[in-house]
Design a protein around this ligand. Sequence first.
Ligand SMILES: [Mn+2]
Length: 379
Amino acid sequence: MKFKFLHVADLHLGFQIRGLDRTKYCKRAILKAINIVRDNNLDALIISGDLFENDKIYREDIEFLNETFELIHPKPVVISPGNHDFLNFNCAYDQRFLNILRIKDWSENVKIFKIPEFSNFSFGDINIYGKPCLNRQAKAFDKPINIEPSKINIAVIHASRINFSPQGKEIWNPFEDKDILNSNFDYVALGHYHNYSEISDGSVIKSAYPGSMVPVSIAEYGKRGGLIVEIIKKDNKISTEVEFVELSDFSIKKIEVSPSQNIEKIKNVILSEISDSNNPKDSLFILKIKGMGDLSIMYLKELFSEYKILFDTSEFTKFDMEKLKETSPETTMGTFINEMLKLIENADGREKQILEDALIYGLDAFAGKQITPRFYDEN
Ligand SMILES: [Mn+2]
């Protein structure tokens, strides 16, 4: 008995990264997933939640997904709703909602878990169990489930592996590793955490998070995709193989520069990172400027305007306050610095930022330099 499928999660279709529209990359990733199912003759596509992003559900996206999922008919596409494609009236899985939008209902091969407790779809020797993610507190495996041990039994849930939760991540349907290891499921297809992790009993992988299909935040570096999972059950013994497949054409790369470096050197660092990238036009570069110096972000923005670059200035200091305090107040410049420092000391937030900028503009003016306006990204 064998079941081989593609397990994906956390596409968050509709979500933008700092105004950057990911839709085309999400659609490409879905198409790749479908092609992988077809080319490798897999048995199913399994989606462990967060396919959509909250209210960012659009007619053309639903239609695209539906037409794409239909391409592998009669092979099933099994969806377990998460906390961002939350199962309620205003969701893409609700037939009434689709009727209002005048969108046809999901193709016959798309199977969505809509019952609050575990229910299952059966395909011959395979049982796929799941339940929508509806509750933050309720434990994912709160009740024992009667399964047929003679079949291959899979569970599909969007849930939090407690003790492994990334900082700041909302807890939904929590579970502990032992809940999965003690369950009778042969594999639990998880979604929610955006990085790969697996739960193994020491010899067999019992469960995994594939990670986000396409990066969802600027912290999601590296390859993004899904898992080809092959489960073979023979004489009641299970063997499982899990293989990662890249699905995202879009990637995030981090570049770190020091503002004290010569501008030519900084330009070269950025250029070499861009040329190292296979598809620089499909990359988002995070340029982290770390340290102290007088670097014009505006200049770099213009220079590399054809690429997507986000400037991380959270650890960028423009000048050494302590050194400035030592300036003699007997010169005009010294008086200016001292007066500005007093104002800066008594200000906060946006006002402080403006005053610090004014100090820099003033110093540039004293030095006869061209004044470049400071630029801020909302980090
Ligand atoms: Mn989630």
